[in-house]
Design a protein around this ligand. Structure first.
Ligand code: ZN
Length: 125
């Protein structure tokens, strides 16, 4: 794993998440913003989620019925999947795989939840 890239990636995620907000990001977006190779950014994001700084949400779109299937397990390209809606089998490729990573704010969980609730209240008024 490239330590420089993961530091850069995590710094970027902290920047866009400030102050204490939660953002979902895709490797493509981060790679474009940092001008890095998407593969290296993806590896860095996986490494950061392994140590608990990010949570990983894997979404796969069924190529047959376009249903979005969510996955909590880390997913590899070329894995075979069966769609739970139309029961067709397909292999996971870059075209139907979407991975988003959510920043886990350290020691700010309560504050973040509170801020988000406040925003929700304001939006509804
Ligand atoms: Zn399907």
């Amino acid at each position: 794993m490239d330590d420089t890239v993961s530091k850069e990636v995590f710094g970027y995620i902290q920047d866009i998440s400030a102050p204490g907000g939660i953002r979902s990001i895709t490797p493509k977006l981060v790679a474009r913003e940092l001008n890095e190779d998407p593969g290296r950014v993806f590896e860095a994001l996986v490494a950061l989620s392994d140590v608990g700084l990010l949570t990983q949400n894997v979404l796969v779109m069924c190529p047959n019925c376009s249903h979005i299937l969510s996955h909590t397990e880390p997913m590899n390209l070329n894995n075979n999947m069966r769609c739970e809606y139309c029961c067709s089998e397909f292999s996971v490729s870059g075209d139907n795989l979407m991975v988003s990573f959510t920043y886990v704010p350290q020691k700010k969980t309560h504050h973040t939840t509170f801020t988000r609730l406040l925003k929700l209240v304001r939006v509804n008024q």
